[in-house]
Design a protein around this ligand. Structure first.
Ligand code: BG6
Length: 506
């Protein structure tokens, strides 16, 4: 079939300067610079050729060194390979400025921006991408404001500020960050990134649910037995122990990515595809989450950290032996939760979500298990395989649907079979842009659809704060252990075993 319906076409964004705060960091190297290169790539041309990228960080570096580092990053991580012509055009618009931590650093930033805008003949459309630790957000915003680097929303040109997760480390710090942001700018200028929302498969949740008549009719407690959401990573903490050991899986993954998956999966149909309507529908799910507080955490949460093991052919050391992790660390690298959404549609349906590092392999999926057929006819003698809808978020993006079929032959034998759609088979291997490409393009265009609002972030923290508080008492939910390379601790199996079910391998 070749009848694609397009609802939003990507047009070249308005020319602008993207300032990456923390440009020498991991995120800039692995994600931001490759994504910007792809947007500027001649094949796509979504970022106008006179746009600029200004790396802003603490350490001194020459412009040439920054361009060379950017080339190396693009070479290693970009979806589209380097094309010399495109690269020259892109590199020409790459600039670097040190002094992020110096008292006069923001004054110099302002002068540099004006110089770049003159040189490239672009309006003062500016994107400030704060790829810096959350503790530094408030100060950074205040300094931008003090130098009058934040234009009012109706200036005729734009200032868009991108805030990376984690937005705070608990409810009160998240509220504080939000207060500072709103003190200096309008909500329409703020873009809170959750890169899971930029993933092709996550966006497809909306299409799958609301562009097909069959699923929506089955979507709810009448037909769904339970739901599993797994985000498994094979990587350990790597070089990020400094950040991670103060964060842990609940803050790093559940508060944002997994709750986003859950709300996308379960929200009511939004009134329109407008950003505000979608956000409202998702927010209503968060509002309906049954809180997990105090003693309830015992039955509904598990936490664990990895011990040494083997992933594929690689020996992996235990979390406590990772470089940069405190010897007496109490940080979890694995979390599983049993959750309920107390609204009309989902009343009584258990949702099991889990995420962890150093697991068997990288695999993220959502499994919707439908209820069994009545115990009459084929189901009389024992359980039949339940219908399962499996949405594979990564890798091998796609989805499958398990049904029971007759096994060909003279006997009446039944066999579960899988109907499968693989994105790469259907649409081609390189068809999916990286999440950051889409999100950066949206920031340039001022489209908020894929960015959580202040209220959404606050409400998600409210839910997570209940668990953080309960976990302060280690006797309620002790930290368990799992061997690196396994699928997680035994207590996670017991959690889902509490309803007589087991985890599907993602
Ligand atoms: C980040 C977390 O937000 O998401 C990391 O901070 C995690 O700890 C990463 O590894 C996972 O992203 P992805 O896209 O690789 O699933």
């Amino acid at each position: 079939m070749n009848d694609t319906l397009t609802f939003q076409s990507s047009r070249p964004a308005p020319p602008c300067t993207v300032v990456i705060f923390g440009a020498s960091g991991d995120l800039a190297r692995r994600k931001l610079l490759p994504a910007l290169y792809n947007l500027a790539h001649c094949g796509q041309g979504l970022m106008p050729s006179n746009s600029a990228v200004l790396g802003f960080a603490r350490s001194a570096m020459t412009q040439d060194a920054f361009r060379a580092a950017a080339r190396e990053a693009v070479n290693k991580y970009s979806r589209l390979k380097i094309d010399e012509g495109c690269w020259r055009g892109f590199a020409d618009g790459l600039y670097y400025q040190s002094g992020l931590d110096r008292p006069d650093g923001f004054k110099q930033l302002k002068a540099r921006l004006e110089e770049i805008e003159r040189e490239r003949n672009i309006p003062p459309n500016r994107i400030y991408y704060l790829s810096i630790p959350p503790e530094a957000f408030n100060d950074c915003i205040a300094r931008l404001a003090a130098e009058k680097l934040i234009a009012p929303p109706n200036a005729g040109y734009f200032t868009h500020v991108v805030v990376e997760k984690p937005i705070g480390r608990d409810l009160s710090s998240a509220i504080e960050i939000s207060r500072t942001l709103h003190e200096h700018m309008d909500e329409s200028q703020i873009f809170r990134i959750d890169h899971y929302l930029g993933k092709e498969t996550v966006q497809n949740l909306l299409v799958l649910r609301f562009a097909n008549s069959i699923f929506e009719r089955l979507w709810g407690s009448r037909n769904v037995d339970h739901v599993q959401i797994t985000v498994a990573e094979a990587e350990g903490v790597g070089t990020r122990a400094g950040y991670y050991d103060h964060s842990g899986a609940l803050r790093d993954m559940i508060q944002n990515h997994l709750l986003q998956l859950l709300t996308m999966l379960t929200m009511e149909a939004p009134v329109t595809l407008d950003a505000r309507d979608i956000m409202e529908a998702k927010l209503n799910v968060l509002r309906a989450l049954r809180p997990i507080r105090g003693e309830q955490a015992r039955d509904c949460t598990v936490r664990a950290r990895y011990t040494e093991g083997r992933i594929g052919d690689t020996e992996v050391r235990g979390y406590l032996d990772e470089q940069g992790v405190a010897r007496d660390s109490r940080t979890e690298t694995f979390v599983a939760l049993k959750m309920f959404i107390d609204n009309w549609r989902w009343s009584g349906v258990p949702f099991f979500i889990r995420t962890g590092k150093s697991l068997k392999r990288r695999a993220s999926s959502i499994v919707v298990q439908f209820k069994g057929v009545p115990r009459i006819l084929f189901n009389r003698a024992g359980n039949l395989h339940n219908n399962l809808l499996t949405l594979r978020i990564q890798p091998d993006e796609g989805f499958s649907f398990d049904v029971v079929s007759k096994h060909p032959g003279l006997d009446l034998g039944l066999k579960p079979v899988r109907m499968n759609l693989s994105y790469s088979d259907e649409f081609g291997a390189d068809s999916s842009p990286d999440a950051y490409e889409r999100l950066l393009l949206d920031v340039m265009e001022g489209d908020h659809t894929l960015f959580p609002s202040a209220e959404y972030v606050r409400t998600s923290w409210e839910f997570v704060q209940g668990i953080l508080d309960a976990w302060k008492d280690e006797s309620i939910v002790p930290i368990d252990e799992y061997t690196a390379g396994s699928w997680g601790p035994a207590c996670a199996d017991r959690l889902i075993g509490s309803i007589g079910r087991g985890w599907y391998e993602p």
